[in-house]
Write a protein of this length. Structure first.
Length: 276
């Protein structure tokens, strides 16, 4: 199980990854930015891969993502720079901000999520509130047939999470962490399954399940391969676990540079196999 296999790309070794990159590179859309180039590959299932290339045309990174149907309002506050690839990107924001013009400290909770295409918007005006499509890739996952089954499983007399709850675990930084350590794009949550769909034969027989889940703060697309989700949950089931969070901005975003066109979502464009 990995963030790649959870969207249908069964990558286990560096050799597997090299072969995957060689296969998809000719089908990628080339997107030039001030920091380098993204090579964007999009499968008809919604699975996507974002290769990162520097000025010398060397591969410096790759980010998986699933372009799902979830939508949530997020008050974006600031960038998170972990000092890795210059084309990596993450944002700190608040879910469901009550004050969209000044969203900090006004929402349900703060959290961090990675963006596979952050630097296509180098002059993103922060803070601001936008629509975000958010995907969660699990490291561990529990499934309960319904809310009653979830309640019965946790009926121990100890405090428990609500069946729709979210804990921004990536914000918890150990006291022993080096100075300057940045928060991570992780979350722990429970939620209700709204829809479920299986996708097969994405790459070399790779397959995965996509769940649309309602939790505290809005909807989330959850993707998982069959090693972590062997059976597809029914609508109304409760799922929970620990997840890596990846998202994309899917509404117009305000940019600092008035000469630069505002970012437009590609979510409504006609999908074509291998291309945006």
């Amino acid at each position: 199980m990995s963030n790649f296999s959870n969207i249908g790309f069964p990558v286990q070794t560096d050799e597997d990854l090299d072969q995957l990159i060689e296969t998809i590179a000719p089908r990628c859309e080339r997107l030039k930015t001030e920091r380098g180039i993204y090579l964007a590959y999009h499968h008809e299932s919604g699975a996507s891969l974002w290769l990162q290339v520097d000025a010398q045309n060397s591969l410096i990174g790759i980010s998986p993502h699933f372009q799902g149907t979830s939508r949530r309002r997020v008050g974006l506050i600031r960038d998170i720079d972990r000092g890795y690839s210059p084309l990596d990107g993450a944002l700190y924001g608040w879910a469901e901000p009550q004050n969209e013009d000044a969203p900090e400290d006004t929402g349900s909770y703060p959290f961090v999520f990675d963006l596979p295409d952050r630097w296509r918007m180098p002059r993103l005006n922060l803070p601001q509130t936008v629509d975000v499509q958010l995907t969660a890739s699990p490291y561990e996952l529990q499934v309960y047939s319904d809310e009653a089954a979830y309640d019965a499983s946790t009926d121990t007399g100890e405090p428990k999470f609500a069946s729709e709850s979210f804990v921004p675990s990536g914000l918890f930084i150990s006291e022993d962490a080096p100075e300057g350590t940045q928060p991570e794009s992780y979350g722990m949550f429970y939620g209700t399954v709204l829809s479920a769909e299986q996708h097969s034969d994405v790459y070399k027989g790779g397959h995965f399940t996509h769940l649309l889940v309602r939790t505290l703060g809005g909807e989330i697309d959850v993707v998982a391969d069959d090693t972590i989700l062997p059976e597809t949950p029914q609508i109304g089931a409760i799922i929970g676990g620990s997840f890596w969070l990846s998202g994309r901005i899917v509404s117009d975003a305000k940019l600092d540079d008035p000469l630069q066109k505002e970012f437009k979502t590609t979510a409504k464009k006609k999908k074509r196999f291998g291309l945006f």
